[in-house]
Design a protein around this ligand. Structure first.
Ligand code: PMP
Length: 444
């Protein structure tokens, strides 16, 4: 075995940053164990991925069965049954009208595919000037250059200036730092109206689409918009004929206590992007779901000029089918709503002990703690590296949480708490106990 010998040894693999991490050895349910034997409670499902927990027997059985039968067939040569079955299962959970599924292997690919489907649709309708996408600040939509153009988070974009597009961004509404003179409702409406302002300034005939996360994940830290926000966004998109693209990569597939976060507001979207929870860590799997008219326009004009070699591969789709069955059969969307409500209330109570916790928020099992001065809501100083430090302290306690740095003073650092949807009441208490220890260590 080529395990790293010590913390100074360089690994041949590299990711976002330096830093020694333990090597994951095996995992079960909501726990993951490193090769030194230390066990961690997965309080963030990796990165809000492991919806049905690790090593779920039904998913493993489905994958074993599939791998014995067919591992790969290429999409231009064969259809495969798991992909067709998964297509039907996804459509069954969609709002009416969204009934065509295009498979990819990850969230960025899904966002990229949505952008290209929409562009090709406009193209075939002779609307060649519709090239500009509008998105929000802050936001995160992925790493590829198209998705990065939508992303409203400067540190990720800076080194690539000149390569990605400078698309316009409208502010994401907040229920925490409501600007003076506004209520939560009037602030949400004002943020939505920025979409109209941009459309009018640029010209509706030049807008390709508006891309938005119904409930913000890593970017806004589980910020839930006021109920008035999406009805207004929807009305603006309809009025000006702008396709509405929902990025449910993180907030979808039951994470927020509804199958789609969009279900909280019955949003009538043109395209929805799904990823993380769909493959649930068992396989690289993601999808876009679009309206038939858009898809048929593209398909009847020479086909969708876009695709990925591994897209819709049978093994990934068999895993996806089993994941969705587990979510339905075990009532995990309902469990996410129930346990999420409990966790949120407990976290809010816990936060009262610390004057450097500004806000606790979220829906279902997509929750966040924002670090800011409680009285003034001012983000904590950057050099405190608060989210990373608390994440490291939680790590020491055997708890995984997901950190995010401050967004240039717009908001404070936050951590996401997003455990697998199978979490039980007792395990929520265990998570809270470990987190309390980490927060107390930071406090002293
Ligand atoms: N959109 C959102 C909302 C995300 O949270 C992410 C991943 N954090 C992505 C897109 C990109 O997904 P992936 O990392 O699978 O490419």
């Amino acid at each position: 075995m080529n395990a790293l010998k010590n913390t100074t040894q360089k690994s041949p693999t590299f990711y976002i940053s330096h830093g020694h991490k333990p090597i994951a050895a095996h995992a079960n349910g909501i726990y993951i164990t490193a090769n030194d034997g230390k066990r961690y409670l997965d309080g963030c499902s990796g990165a809000a991925v492991v919806q049905v927990g690790h090593s779920h027997p039904a998913v493993l059985a489905a994958m074993h069965e599939q791998i014995d039968q067919l591992q790969f067939s290429y999409r231009t040569q064969f259809e495969n049954q798991p992909a067709i079955d998964l297509g039907y299962k996804i459509v069954a959970h969609m709002p009416p009208g969204l009934d065509r599924v295009f498979f990819v292997s990850g969230g960025s690919e899904a966002v990229e595919s949505a952008m290209k489907l929409v562009r090709q649709y406009h193209f075939h309708r002779g609307e060649h000037e519709r090239t500009i996408f509008i998105s929000r600040l802050p936001s995160y939509h992925g790493s590829t250059l198209g998705a990065l153009s939508l992303t409203g988070y400067q540190p990720l974009q800076k080194p690539f200036e000149g390569t990605y597009q400078l698309y316009p961004k409208i502010p994401s509404p907040t229920q925490y730092r409501i600007p003076e003179g506004h209520t939560a409702e009037s602030h949400a409406i004002a943020c939505a109206n920025e979409l109209e302002t941009n459309i009018l300034a640029i010209g509706a005939h030049r807008i390709a689409g508006f891309v938005v996360e119904p409930i913000g994940g890593a970017s806004t830290g589980a910020e839930v918009p006021h109920n008035s926000y999406f009805p207004r966004i929807q009305a603006i998109c309809k009025q000006y004929g702008i396709p509405l693209i929902l990025d449910e990569v993180l907030c979808g597939v039951g994470r927020t206590g509804r199958w789609l976060a969009a279900d909280y507001w019955q949003i009538d979207a043109d395209v929805i992007c799904l990823a993380k929870g769909l493959g649930a860590g068992y396989a690289p799997l993601a999808a876009i779901v679009a309206k038939d008219e858009m898809v048929e326009t593209v398909l009847s004009n020479g086909g969708f000029m876009h695709g990925f070699t591994y897209a819709g591969n049978p093994l990934a789709c068999a895993a996806g089918c089993a994941v969705l069955d587990v979510i339905d059969n075990e009532g995990l969307v309902e469990n996410a709503a129930k346990q999420g409500e409990y966790l949120l209330a407990q976290l809010q109570q816990l936060s009262e002990r610390f004057d450097w916790i500004g806000d606790v928020r979220g829906r279902g099992l997509l929750l966040a703690i924002e670090f800011a001065d409680k009285a003034s809501k001012t983000p904590l100083p950057n050099d405190w590296k608060v989210s990373q430090t608390i994440t490291d302290m939680a790590y020491d306690e055997g708890l995984l949480v997901y950190p995010r740095k401050s967004l240039n003073g717009i908001a404070g650092d936050h951590i996401l708490i997003a455990p697998p949807l199978i979490i039980t009441h007792a395990q929520c208490d265990e998570l809270l106990g470990l987190l309390t220890k980490a927060l107390t260590t930071f406090d002293t």
